[in-house]
Design a binder for this molecule. Sequence first.
Ligand SMILES: Nc1ncnc2c1ncn2[C@@H]1O[C@H](COP(=O)(O)OP(=O)(O)OP(=O)(O)O)[C@@H](O)[C@H]1O
Ligand SMILES: [Mg+2]
Length: 339
Amino acid sequence: MIGLNIGIDLGSSSTVIVDEKKGIILDEPTVIAVDSETGYPIAFGNNAYLIMGRTEENIEVVHPVVNGVISNYKMAQTLLRYYISKVCGNMIFKPNVIITVPSAATNLDRRTMVDILTSSGAGKVCLFEESLASAIGLGFERHALSGRLLVNIGGGSVDVSVVTMGKIAVANTIKIGGINIDEAIQKHLKRTRDIMIGPLTAERIKICLGSAVPREGELAMLVSGKSGTDNMPISFEVTSTEIFDCIQDVVGQIIVGIKSVIEKTPPELTGDISDNSITLTGGTSLLYGMDKLVQRETGITTKVSKDPLYSTASGAIKVIKNLNKLAGGYDFKTIHQID
Ligand SMILES: Nc1ncnc2c1ncn2[C@@H]1O[C@H](COP(=O)(O)OP(=O)(O)OP(=O)(O)O)[C@@H](O)[C@H]1O
Ligand SMILES: [Mg+2]
């Protein structure tokens, strides 16, 4: 194909763009700040993320991807156009784009993705299953007969797939992820102490104190927020036990989703999964104790992958490098192959 080939992992939390020579060429939050009256974009990615929760009434920070799929067409288009021009600069030819999509994306979601990319400066667009990209990124043997369970726990979705012989045998996407854990922390503090905190503070609390299983020793941190009683700034202490309790419901839903895929898996493959262990990837697999909890609940050895935030992106790099091999293959779809 003429022109640069790039891969895009457009996640609910972050967008990662790769090319075959340099690897990761962009890694920024999937957020855009706009003037709420005019709709005019004010800041993109990293700059928009920094003003999340700090904005005045006339600035709105928008997440164009929610639960792994595009929820705001116009904003997704504006953000992708900005990112594509940022990485491709003044190139003469439009870049060919391979974009990863969650297994549960509907045909409408897939068409929307192709439409947005072509109107955002992409040349040819190919859709690639996100879980297969992760499997390739993690080095799962492509033709291996034995099935492996891969769980990608991201910011807004959990993709659970059984991969065998380079295909997805059983899959399910649950519309929940790390962002819902942050929201649970915000709601808990509002409900129990009448204190409001921003999304960035909630994410920091989750990363520092949050856990999927009780921690061995109690941790605490000092946090700043705003009192609902007098609207004045307030500093207060939160503990790991309190955070563990308030995120239980979201973490529990992730476990239910993983178990439902195992239940739907044919017996031969279930045996394979037990022999091969479960691999967790995606940013939320880094939540303290997530592997221990999945292992305890399923009875199957569970491990967090190397570089969980980048397994999909590293798979996309391998896919781009092997385009000729994959183009005629089993899982390489273009818009024309969608019903
Ligand atoms: N150390 C950590 N502990 C807990 N959560 C973490 C940690 N590091 C990152 N995260 C969370 O991981 C999430 C982002 O993960 P990831 O980049 O895989 O999501 P995404 O691909 O953008 O989303 P999705 O695939 O669901 O659309 C965020 O919610 C972030 O807070
Ligand atoms: Mg993801």
